[in-house]
Design a protein around this ligand. Sequence first.
Ligand code: NAD
Length: 445
Amino acid sequence: MRVSIFGTGYVGLVTGTCLAEVGHDVVCIDVDPEKVDGLNRGVMPIFEPGLAPLVEANHAAGRLRFTTDAAEGVAHGEVVFIAVGTPSDEDGSADLQYVLAVAKTIGTHMHRPVLVVDKSTVPVGTAEKVRAAIAETLAARGVDVGFEVVSNPEFLKEGAAVEDCMRPDRIVIGAGSDEAVETMRRLYAPFNRNHDRIVAMDVRSAELTKYAANAMLATKISFMNEIANIAEKVGADVEMVRLGIGSDPRIGWHFIYPGAGYGGSCFPKDVQALSRTAGQHAYEAGLLHAVEAVNERQKSKLFELMSRHYGGAERLAGKTVAVWGLAFKPNTDDMREASSRRLLGQLWDAGASVRAYDPEAGAEARRIFGEREDFLLCSSSDEAVEGADALVVVTEWKQFRSPDFATLAARLADRVVFDGRNLYDPSQVEDAGLAYYGIGRGRSL
Ligand code: NAD
């Protein structure tokens, strides 16, 4: 099928590439000429495991093209995806300006019937706004072409996006007609062979499904962080508690890891947007507010532990802190809303310097923080601890999981490790002569 995708970010690029990989003819359109030029020359704008070779192969095969030319993009697709960003507005609701700009672009260039697919995460009622924007633009041109807008929210995880896209748990399609569902079924048939993964529903339910999924996951994280904070107060180890509750199949093992707070481009903005949507409909989403509030506090947890260890934030002045991990989670270079950003800001405000290492997010960190005297980007985890007083682990990259604690004890002047993801066994760290602080580990009282 001929497919056009507006937005070549994490979602648009991965979706376009996977659709091309199964044989569809895909054109990706982006307003960022640098990104498009780079992609045409084989330069990836993001790090995503397994993505680069797929882009290269499908681009070479002519099934995947990149352009800034919106007219060409709209003319190409019988199915046209909207996969642009929906960041938070000033009041926390989703900013639809990019989505609606694409809708107008589609209306401006449409000459024959298309199926418009909303893949961006958008509040309930957005498909109707997209439909209205397209209809208005068509009417202004005096053109009458049939089209339908469906909702097809994306559930991929950064860091495993290609795998998630090729083998989705479910494909949610919110549509107002059987024909639209049928077209989407044909499009996704190659991903739907093993068993039927398509969950067809009405448009509004599909739009809400995406927010419900992210809000549920964020709730699990904040719940566990709440338990961790209680565990710390009462002298219990949340890691034991985690093992104790995860064994209950009604609770399960997934997403019950305490840590330094959730970040990324989705959970923070989507939880916020959902509670704003609820508010606009005169419903006070108390649970969602609590999820946000716990996370806000948790993002300062590492700095709080450090201040406690040093006997006050002011004692961090002049310290050099090694930071392992800057991305909001492993296997991505994405630092949007990452906990590391809060921590680095707090350390700098306190007068400390940072020696940071992240396997993939270095360039992004440089883009965000620029050059500064109190920030050294290192090229290895070993280099980051050279000459440092303390070590803080912020992102649980696999390569940070079993360091040589004796070497760390020899290198870190203040002999202390702050483990923001509970990667280590506290007694193993302490046996090497280091002080250990984790999240919710009552021993660190
Ligand atoms: P992103 O910021 O990585 O990419 C968005 C892209 O859209 C950018 O390249 C930007 O230049 C482009 N763009 C903006 N306006 C445009 C226009 N008018 N025409 C063409 N291109 C335009 O965003 P993302 O992370 O891919 O997220 C896209 C949407 O998918 C968001 O709504 C997000 O909430 C949702 N989502 C994201 C993830 C994720 O893990 N990143 C997962 C599921 C859903």
